[in-house]
Every structure is written in structure tokens, then in C-alpha cells.
Design a protein around this ligand. Structure first.
Ligand code: NAD
Ligand code: ZN
Length: 355
């Protein structure tokens, strides 16, 4: 696995992570190093990371509480205050070690503190390795609205050390895997074909697959940095997936669904809709459903819940000039963006999922 460079930012994998970081620190002459973690990455990832870090520069650890609920401007204020109290200056470096919550929030803190200090991201969940690591999106939530405040900015380096996945809970692994499956469906049949036996995937197989997934996302983002076209394909499964995720989150009777678990349902629904509207082969839609349900199980969505979930799509609609735009598939690796879908077809898709 080589390093991947995009937009002045290099993504390093496994063995070369730490030599590259140590070299970078030497070259840049930072005044102080701050490391942002949550309680889990403090326990599971920081000790190994510190062993590998070779520097005489002073290091301060800043810990915030884990969870999306803490991805807020209030948490940023706490981190900005701590940086200030610990005399961080414009030559300081912030290293964010954690999942997407830490890298999104830490990236935002770094590029706003004193109008911007250098930062390095060390994604430690599968989702943050294959998704949040590329594209420069940083930010926080505003109340219930996700990622409403933020800026686009790239870290100096991204370090993907897949060893950190060994402590990641299984449900978080499966959630991240959903984004890799999405990368296969929207862009590359060969890559997709490597996921045909999900239960047999080992951490060793994942190394190469993670690397390829990062390349797929990088290529999409580079071709369409302003999200006018191709980048929208990364939303495959996300239109209905987000609505299902929000519905489950706001409904105390439902089990909690992680982002990737909701996206899996969204991708099955979108593959059915694709057969109806853009000629996606029916047998592939059936195959996707079987493959995903065998591995992820089936989420119970009652008939009476179809309407409130479809209602939630209207939030996306408001943000999109009145249109609910789906990404559909003409075939594996052949996505079509900006597709309008009638409510009746969505209901048929729910029936297909339930059957
Ligand atoms: P997360 O950051 O909440 O991490 C999930 C859980 O895993 C947390 O409890 C965390 O403490 C724990 N954890 C992290 N690494 C661990 C490890 N190695 N061992 C044990 N536990 C570990 O969630 P996530 O799924 O990584 O990220 C979700 C966030 O990412 C969302 O806020 C989303 O908006 C954002 N995101 C951003 C982008 C982007 O382009 N910037 C893309 C996708 C998602
Ligand atoms: Zn996603």
C-alpha cells in the first residue's frame, strides 16, 4: 500500500504512518503538540500512538466525551479554551485521534483557532478511515441538524493505521463496511465483487480493501470538489437511509440504528427503485438484498411507518429546491444522479425489503 496524495494532504497507511509523522514534525518546527481524543481512543489508541511518536516537543492531551451528541459548538468552545489556557499558538499542531466525530470536530477547531493551526487526522473507526478521511469536510452539528456549521479544509496528513480496528466494536465495523459496499456499488464492479462473502472477511483482507476504498472516494472528490455531479453519487442509499436513521433515532420504541446500518437498508431500497426507474437488473437487486440481509439482518419497518419515513424526506427536499433527488444505479458502477422518485415507488421498495 502506497501513500495517497490529494490537495496538499497525504494519506499514509500502516507502517509508514509514524515515520511520515515524525519527519513532518521535525520539518515543521512546531511549538507544541496537542492531541485530541475521546475516552475510548484515549484508552485504546493513544498509548500505541505515543509509543510511536518520536519528538522532544511538549505534548498535551485533550479529552472530550465520545458520541455524536457531543459534536457541537459547545464542545469546540471547551477545546478552544483548553488550547488557549495551555498557550497554544499559531505554530502548534493538533492531532485528532478518533472516529468521524473527533476528526470532524478537531479539524474544525484547528482551522478556526487563531485563524487556523496545522492538524493531522488519525481516523480510528472503519467509517472514518474510508469516508471521513477524504474530502476535507470538517464541522459540527447545530441542534438536531447534522454538520450545519463547518468549513472545508484539509489536514497536513491523514494516518490510517488499521491496527486500531482491533478494538472497534463489531457494530461499528459493520457500519463502516456499509460505506465500502457503497463505494463498490457506485464505482467499480471489480471492487464490489470482492465483498461477496461478507462473513468471511478478516481484518487482514480489510487492509487492502480499505486502501482501495480511500482511492475510490479520493477519485470521486477530486473529479467533483464542489459537489455538482459525480460527488453526489456518494449519497447512494443515503436519501432514504438518512430518513430511516432519523426516524429510528427520534422514536423511542425503535432499536438504535448506526449510520451504516440505516444506509444498508437505504441501499437495498434504492436498488429496487433502480430496477423500476432506470433499468437496474432485477436479479442484482435481489442479490444485494440477500447479501445485505444475511449479514446485517433485517430491520423491522412496519407498513404504518412508511408514511412518516417518507415525510422525513421532505427535510432533504426543502434543502434541494423542492426535489427529492435519489442516486440510482443503471448497473453496478453506473450510478445516475438527480433522479425523481414517486412516493408509490418508495412504498413498493419498502414492500420489496419486507418480503
Ligand atoms: P464516532 O466518531 O462516534 O466513533 C464511534 C465510536 O467508536 C465512539 O464511541 C468512539 O469513541 C469509538 N471508537 C473510535 N475508535 C475506536 C477504536 N479504535 N476502538 C474502540 N472504540 C473506538 O463515529 P464514526 O462512525 O467514526 O463517525 C461518525 C461521524 O463522522 C459523524 O459525525 C459523521 O457526520 C462524520 N462523517 C464525516 C465525514 C466527512 O467527510 N468529514 C464523512 C462521513 C462521516
Ligand atoms: Zn454515509
Amino acid at each position: 500500500m502506497d501513500s495517497i496524495t490529494t490537495k496538499n494532504c497525504t494519506i499514509h497507511f500502516n507502517n509508514i504512518c509514524y515515520s511520515s509523522l515524525n519527519e513532518h514534525i521535525k520539518k515543521k518546527n512546531f511549538s507544541k503538540i496537542f492531541i485530541l481524543v475521546d475516552e475510548n481512543t484515549h484508552q485504546y489508541c493513544l498509548p500505541y500512538f505515543l509509543e510511536k511518536l518520536e519528538t522532544t516537543i511538549a505534548i498535551e492531551i485533550i479529552e472530550i466525551e465520545s458520541g455524536e451528541i457531543n459534536k457541537t459548538i459547545d464542545t469546540c468552545v471547551g477545546v478552544w479554551n483548553t488550547l488557549s489556557e495551555l498557550n497554544a499558538d499559531r505554530k502548534s499542531l493538533l492531532i485528532n485521534i478518533g472516529g468521524g466525530v473527533i476528526t470532524d470536530l478537531g479539524g474544525f477547531v484547528a482551522c478556526t483557532f487563531k485563524r487556523g493551526i496545522a492538524y493531522v487526522n488519525v481516523p480510528t473507526t472503519l467509517l472514518s478511515m474510508v469516508d471521513a478521511s477524504v474530502g476535507g469536510k470538517t464541522g459540527v452539528d447545530l441542534g438536531h441538524l447534522k454538520n450545519q456549521i463547518g468549513v472545508i479544509s484539509n489536514p497536513d496528513l491523514v494516518l490510517i493505521d488499521t491496527r486500531f480496528l482491533s478494538t472497534l466494536p463489531q457494530n461499528q465495523m459493520r457500519s463502516g463496511l456499509a460505506e465500502m459496499l457503497k463505494h463498490g456499488l457506485i464505482s467499480d464492479e471489480n471492487y464490489w465483487n470482492k465483498f461477496q462473502d461478507l462473513s468471511k472477511l478478516s481484518l487482514d483482507d480489510l487492509d487492502e480493501l480499505i486502501y482501495e476504498s480511500v482511492i475510490i472516494k479520493k477519485n470521486v472528490v477530486e473529479e467533483d470538489p464542489f459537489e455538482n455531479g459525480l460527488r453526489k453519487t456518494l449519497n447512494y442509499g443515503h436519501t432514504l437511509g438518512h430518513a430511516i436513521e432519523s426516524y429510528f433515532l427520534s422514536n423511542p420504541n425503535k432499536t438504535t440504528l448506526l449510520h451504516g446500518e440505516a444506509i444498508i437498508v437505504g441501499m437495498i431500497l434504492a436498488s429496487y427503485i433502480s430496477t423500476e426507474l432506470v433499468g437496474f437488473p432485477k436479479q442484482i437487486a435481489h442479490h444485494i438484498k440477500t447479501l445485505f440481509v444475511d449479514y446485517y439482518g433485517k430491520v423491522t419497518i412496519n407498513k404504518s411507518e412508511y408514511a412518516p419515513i417518507i415525510e422525513l424526506l421532505k427535510y432533504d427536499k426543502k434543502n434541494n429546491h423542492g426535489n427529492i433527488n435519489f442516486v440510482l444505479l443503471e448497473n453496478i458502477g453506473k450510478p445516475r444522479i438527480d433522479c425523481l422518485v414517486d412516493d408509490n415507488v418508495i412504498i413498493d421498495a419498502f414492500e420489496f425489503y419486507a418480503s
